[in-house]
Design a protein around this ligand. Structure first.
Ligand SMILES: *[C@@H]1O[C@H](CO)[C@@H](O)[C@H](O)[C@H]1NC(C)=O
Ligand SMILES: *[C@@H]1O[C@H](CO)[C@@H](O)[C@H](O)[C@H]1NC(C)=O
Length: 442
């Protein structure tokens, strides 16, 4: 064996030792979390540098999608997530949801749109002298004013706490996502929500960019134009992104802030209640009965994403036990006009970006409602290609925020420093018939 071969072997060993120390087991503790602070659900994840995977962490109840709900008990105790939802019915004045719709925004008290939106909520929404919305919560010690960013900070603290417990490592920094349409002030207040919980915000990333990162599109060859369709419980957002170098630039945005899974449920609910009333000749109005019907419909909708039919099992005060089958076809027929309306903002966004459907390279679906097979089909047929799948659509944004956190943290082996450029593009809004009457701008 020549000296140079021995020398090379020693060098290899040294290099291996160095690499093992730097990248091998045990892996460096992840320090930057990725957080999706959503309107209805929130999630937290981290990027594992060694495996190159983002992991979304479950809370102590095993849930990865945490309801964005915060409740105060009269004595000031705070509940977050599922625990807050469970007591919502008995504590409506102190259980705050939808806080994200108000964050970093000012309103005019005389505006009829604000007045009608305010009525939507069982809790008290007020405006301070600068027009910022806050929630007034009655406590034993008197009324407490809570701002939307404070509600956000309770959610961030909850996420951070269980993630730290699970990982057994402190998480002091965060990449947090915001809707693409958020203006600078809304981004600042979202940042403040994380800062109030003691975290340092390394970056604010827009939700569609995060979703594209979740699918690794920032390092996929030949990708230029990406369309992200985000359909959740109550909102539809369409974004057109262009990948330039390793940078996502928003080209266009459109959406409908009052279209989502809840509307699909409502149509089934109306149909079911009408048919039950006809069958039994009794009105179905009991609050708990209606609540039970709502929950069973939501469960049936989920089953219908993987099955062709499902049973809705009820035990109502007014009619007793009753079982009704619903097929996927029936569910689709009841909602066909809403499903079809998803194309309107897609067409508008493509028009603004001067793109033909066929020239879009990748389609990313985000949000629980994109699990509905008919919706995937309508979108796929429109573009003439199948949307990306594989990442849980409800966790895609948190996954992408975690990937971005990994990029910032220098997580090996991911080298592309994907970033996005801020946008001044305005979102185009679409309304369904019912909303045109309400004239809401939310
Ligand atoms: C506040 O009230 C809840 C429910 O009544 C109770 O479980 C909790 O122990 C109380 N907390 C304090 C600090 O008194
Ligand atoms: C947002 O925050 C930055 C940095 O703190 C500040 O310079 C900027 O003026 C803020 N913008 C708005 C619109 O509040």
């Amino acid at each position: 064996m020549s000296m140079s071969v021995i020398g090379a072997s020693v060098l290899m060993l040294l290099l291996a030792g160095y690499l093992a120390q730097k990248y091998g087991l045990p892996p460096p503790a992840p320090k930057i979390a990725g957080i999706d602070l959503g309107t209805t659900y929130s999630s937290i994840g981290i990027y594992h540098a060694v495996s190159g995977n983002a992991e979304i962490l479950p809370d102590l109840l095993g849930k990865r999608s945490i309801p964005s709900v915060v409740a105060w008990l009269p004595n000031g105790t705070i509940l977050v997530g599922t625990h807050a939802v469970q007591q919502q019915e008995h504590n409506p004045l102190r259980t705050i949801y939808d806080a994200k719709r108000f964050i970093g925004r000012t309103f005019d008290a005389a505006n009829p749109i604000f007045q009608s939106d305010k009525k939507r909520y069982p809790f008290e929404v007020k405006l301070d002298e600068n027009g910022y919305a806050y929630f007034e919560i009655p406590l034993d010690t008197g009324n407490k004013a809570v701002y939307p960013e404070e509600v956000g900070s309770k959610i961030v603290s909850y996420l951070r706490n269980f993630a730290e417990q699970k990982l057994k490592t402190p998480l002091e920094q965060v990449v947090i996502s915001v809707p693409a349409e958020f203006e600078e002030k809304q981004r600042n207040y979202t940042k403040r929500a994380a800062e109030l919980s003691g975290m340092e915000v390394r970056r604010v990333i827009s939700e569609p960019t995060a979703a594209a990162l979740a699918y690794g599109l920032h390092k996929k060859k030949g990708v230029e134009d990406v369309v992200v369709v985000d359909l959740g419980g109550g909102t539809l957002d369409v974004s057109v992104l262009r990948l330039q170098g390793a940078t996502f630039v928003t080209q266009a945005m459109a959406g409908n802030n009052r279209l989502g899974g809840q509307d699909f449920n409502d149509n089934v609910q109306k149909f079911l209640i009408k048919s039950l009333e006809e069958k039994f000749g009794k009105p179905i109005e009991d609050k708990e009965d209606i609540q039970q019907i709502r929950m069973e419909i939501e469960a049936a909708k989920l089953r219908l994403t993987t099955h062709l039919k499902s049973n809705i099992k009820l035990n109502l005060k007014v009619i007793g036990k009753y079982e009704q089958e619903i097929t996927r076809k029936e569910f689709e027929d009841l909602n066909e006009h809403l499903f079809e309306s998803i194309k309107e903002p897609i067409i508008a966004a493509l028009e603004d970006a001067r793109l033909e459907p066929a020239s879009v390279d990748e389609i990313v679906l985000v949000g629980g409602s994109t699990r509905i097979p008919r919706i995937r089909k309508i979108v796929g047929q429109f573009f003439g290609k199948a949307p990306n799948f594989g990442v849980d659509p409800e966790l895609a944004v948190a996954t992408g925020a975690s990937v971005q956190a990994g990029v910032i943290g220098g997580g090996w082996p991911l080298q592309v420093a994907a970033v996005e450029l801020p946008t001044k593009i305005r979102k185009r809004h679409f309304y369904s018939e019912k909303q045109k009457q309400e004239e809401t701008d939310f």
